[in-house]
Design a protein around this ligand. Structure first.
Ligand SMILES: Nc1ncnc2c1ncn2[C@@H]1O[C@H](COP(=O)(O)OP(=O)(O)OP(=O)(O)O)[C@@H](O)[C@H]1O
Ligand SMILES: [Mg+2]
Length: 501
């Protein structure tokens, strides 16, 4: 069983005319492609184009409605046969059990000790070594997974897959919470695996990662295979064009003229401290996009939570020159402050409810009970938001957890803006969002600022920070080191983010 490639490498994975339909949507339409052994294969496509569905199929977690998946020439028969073929899958949302420790999550739990301690000891050493290579040598393996930061959660999930020494490794947006440096460490490990003949399929929305890592890149659009590019043929514009089906002219909208930025202060923080951030004094102006930048764990997420009343804080806050003391999130919502957390699976979406309910729920909370939003109005509101945010869902009644990751994120953004907030707090708003949708979201945020909304964004994406911000505040170890007004570059942000000042 050889594929037609001239270099004669073995075909590790063959996707042969695969179809998969869900109620009201096609996820995969007559999809065929071949991934070779010893290859790093990129899978690109807009949100909802079918990437995760394809990986779930290769991992044996889902079955095609038609066509077949072959691993090493053998027809795949479900999850057991996938495991036998040595497949490891890092899913798009981290799949750790919150209540268990890191060690238990990686399969090092006490309950696994008996009888297996020889292998167990070796495995523990491997895990330690792997985490160290990923830059987490100091991570406490006995800590409950619920206390991990998003990037740590992602790293632990990756480490768990790597120590199983897979023949085939599937990575679904595994770098979405990682910094460039952490990603580079991972890439080094992946290249070593490739040299050993292992096969890797890699999905990301950071397009440069395809160019630095992948041998070939397949582009999908709307459930169809569109084309396959070699590393030599590929560049960012080309990938985008194939993904979106048109030229994408501008990722970031034009910033307003500086003269427009003399607006009054809307939200003022005076020596605000909370767990993870201390003595933060800063004023946010009406109608500006203020970006909080800094390395993961620098305190920017914590600061957003404090402003939203999701964690206790000290110090003083003023909203529109009046004291603002949020004790719980509902205080914030009623004062016109909306928030989207970085962890959409555990804190953002309300699983079990429909996408419609998920998008209009903030409006329900903000409206007084006696002026309850009527079902028909809610439907209208949802339809508007769906259009604006280009949410891809079969219907408003579709359960939110069945939407593709990027579309869940769009629904959350829609929810936050539907309550017509005065201040919008966004933690990693475009994580997992495709490049076309990013451009839409950035334009939308700029539009909101024109209506006077203050947008405060915490992001690990430097390009995003520099591209959308009116001002950038850089945090380091819980402190706000520097606020930059203009002329910011990624290099300057990085300079402060690493503790120089
Ligand atoms: N269990 C499910 N039930 C219903 N629809 C589903 C289910 N799983 C996937 N879909 C739909 O199939 C389509 C493809 O989804 P998929 O998750 O594969 O997209 P994706 O390319 O991974 O997107 P993203 O970049 O946003 O993660 C989407 O329209 C999604 O809503
Ligand atoms: Mg996906």
């Amino acid at each position: 069983m050889r594929d037609s490639a001239s270099n004669g490498q073995l075909a590790a994975i063959e996707i042969d005319g695969v179809y998969r339909a869900f109620p009201g949507v096609m996820a995969l339409t007559d999809l065929s492609l071949t991934v070779r052994s010893g290859e790093i294969y990129g899978l690109a496509g807009e949100n909802g184009s079918g990437k995760s569905t394809l990986l779930r199929m290769i991992a044996g977690l889902d079955k095609p409605d038609g066509g077949e998946v072959r691993i090493g020439g053998q027809r795949l028969q479900g999850i057991r046969s996938a495991l036998r073929s040595g497949i490891a899958f890092v899913t798009q949302e981290p799949s750790l059990v919150d209540s268990l420790s890191v060690a238990e999550n990686i399969g090092l739990g006490r309950h696994l000790d008996s009888g297996l301690f020889v292998r167990h000891g070796r495995r523990k050493a491997m895990v330690k070594e792997m985490l160290a290579r990923l830059g987490l040598e100091n991570l406490d393996l006995d800590m409950p997974a619920s206390r991990l930061q998003p990037h740590e959660m992602q790293m632990v999930t990756i480490a768990r897959a790597l120590v199983s020494e897979p023949e085939i490794l599937l990575l679904d947006e595994a770098t979405s919470s990682l910094t460039d440096n952490q990603t580079e460490r991972l890439f080094e490990i992946l290249r070593e695996m490739k040299a050993l003949g292992k096969t890797i399929i890699f999905i990301t929305h950071k397009l440069t990662e395809y160019l630095t890592l992948c041998d070939r890149i397949a582009v999908m659009r709307d459930s169809h295979f569109i084309c396959e590019l070699t590393r030599e043929e590929a560049n960012e514009e080309r990938i985008v064009r194939e993904m979106v089906g048109r030229e994408l002219t501008q990722l970031f909208p034009d910033a307003p003229a500086l003269s427009e930025l003399t607006s009054p202060v809307l939200l003022q923080l005076e020596e605000v401290s909370c767990e993870g951030a201390s003595d933060i004094s800063v004023s946010f102006k009406q109608g500006e996009i203020f970006v909080l930048a800094g390395l993961s764990g620098c305190g920017r997420s914590e600061l957003l939570r404090a402003i939203f009343g999701a964690v206790p804080s000290r110090g003083t806050m003023e909203l529109d020159q009046r004291p603002y003391r949020p004790r719980k999130p509902v205080d914030a919502v009623q004062s016109g402050i909306a928030y989207i957390p970085a962890e959409r699976k555990s804190e953002g979406i309300i699983a079990g409810l429909s996408v419609l309910e998920n998008t209009v729920i903030s409006r329900r909370v903000r409206e007084r009970p006696w002026s309850r939003v009527k079902a028909e109005q809610e439907r209208q509101l949802y339809e508007e938001l769906k259009q604006v945010f280009k949410i891809k869902a079969a219907s408003g009644a579709t359960r939110i957890e069945t939407l593709s990751g990027g579309n869940q994120q769009k629904a959350l953004l829609a929810r936050a803006t539907s309550s017509t907030p005065r201040v919008l707090l966004l933690d990693e708003p475009t994580r997992g969002i495709d490049v076309g949708a990013k451009a839409d979201i950035y334009r939308l945020l700029r539009q909101l600022t024109r209506d006077g909304v203050t947008v405060i964004v915490s992001t690990s994406d430097l390009q995003e920070a520099v591209g959308i911000a009116d001002r950038i505040g850089v945090m380091f170890r819980g402190q706000l080191l520097q606020v930059m007004e203009q002329d910011f570059t990624s290099e300057r942000v990085m300079y402060y983010a690493t503790g120089n000042y």
